[in-house]
Ligand binder design. Structure first.
Ligand code: XMP
Length: 332
């Protein structure tokens, strides 16, 4: 029978057997999946693990700081933070196609991990470094879940819907071997495993946020200016949903910037010609299917009025009332 205790034991054993005495790095995003994967590997191989948090500039307001605080405080894990904002922006310049964005982001993540792996070895110098030569760290831990595999086309008989950054978005010349201890689990199971491992509740119950971040929530080219606009709108929506006590009722609520769309509005005595944002609140069990959440009108009204008042570039807020299928949760 499935108990989180049994599962943790089995997964820990499997990781130990796979890794042996090697050094391991883990891409940590602060989300549930990577945090639980990291905690599991830490339980299995202790300080052979170094976590790497990539600030790709596609994060939400306050997110980088939060990861450092919450996760490191709770686990004492060895964490390296890489500021890769320039690198990702440059790589994404001029790109509007969703799959192309996903592939670029997946590839850049890996390039950053490769560099981090070299740095980890110099930091631990000596025998370790010499023994591994060109392959400073062989193993990369990812928090890939079963639905990520299926929707990236990895499951039997499925077509690819979108390339999750850590599955279909990986580069062909990948030097790492992957450790994906959560690959057979659904989100609710991952949460149970996380609780079993003592991952703080604040992380275990965090709403999902995709690895490619705000990069796939800007329909159109990703630029620093557009990211800033979206970050501000997103922070308002999140704050209001939290204040209304809706965090546990909503699976997640992407805020999407339609950067290539403009519409006419009026503010004071003047005409505006700004961009719309879309609110996409969804309810779901496992993200494979979803329904749009009936958020109370007064909460929607507050979000709309605050965003249009406080974010100059946005003059219209619209609500996505599509279930999945036929829509997906993210717009790209
Ligand atoms: P879709 O848009 O496919 O999203 O309905 C299903 C769930 O997966 C999240 N998502 C991702 N998570 N890397 C991730 O770690 C990705 O590339 C990715 N794409 C989508 C999405 O936020 C939703 O929870």
């Amino acid at each position: 029978t499935w108990t989180s205790g049994n599962v943790v034991e089995q997964l820990v054993e499997a990781v130990r057997a796979q890794v042996g005495e090697d050094r391991v790095i883990c891409g940590l995003s602060g989300g549930v999946d990577s945090s639980v994967a990291a905690a599991l590997v830490q339980r299995a191989v202790g300080d052979q693990l170094t976590c790497v948090f990539v600030d790709h500039g596609l994060l939400r307001e306050g997110e980088a700081e939060q990861v450092e605080q919450d996760f490191v405080e709770a686990t004492g894990v060895d964490l390296v933070v890489v500021d890769a904002r320039e690198r990702f922006l440059t790589a994404l310049a001029g790109v509007s196609d969703p799959e192309e964005k996903r592939k670029i982001i997946g590839r850049e993540f890996i390039r950053v991990f490769e560099q981090a792996a070299r740095d980890v070895v110099s930091a631990h110098e000596g025998a370790d470094a010499q023994a591994h030569g060109d392959h400073p760290v062989k193993w990369l831990v990812q928090g890939t879940l079963y639905p990520d595999v299926v929707e990236s086309g990895g499951g039997a008989g499925t077509a690819s819907i979108k390339s999750h950054h850590n599955v279909g978005g990986l580069p062909d010349d990948l030097q790492f071997q992957l450790i994906e201890p959560l690959r057979t689990l659904f989100k609710d199971e991952v949460r149970q495993v996380g609780l079993e491992l003592g991952v703080p509740e604040g992380i275990v119950w965090r709403q999902p946020f995709p690895g490619p971040g705000l990069g796939i929530r800007i329909v159109g080219e990703v630029t620093a200016g557009r990211l800033e606009v979206l970050r501000r709108a997103d922070a308002i929506a999140r704050a209001e949903l939290t204040a209304a006590g809706l965090d546990r009722d909503i699976w997640q609520c992407p805020v999407v910037l339609l950067a290539d769309v403009r519409s006419v509005g009026v503010q004071g005595d003047g005409r505006t010609y700004g961009h719309p944002v879309v609110l996409r609140p969804v309810s779901s069990e496992d993200a494979m299917t979803a329904d749009w959440t009936r958020v109370p009108y007064d909460v929607l009204a507050r979000i709309s009025s605050r965003i249009t008042n406080e974010v100059e570039e946005i003059n219209r807020v619209v609500l996505d009332v599509t279930s999945k299928p036929p829509g997906t949760i993210e717009w790209e």
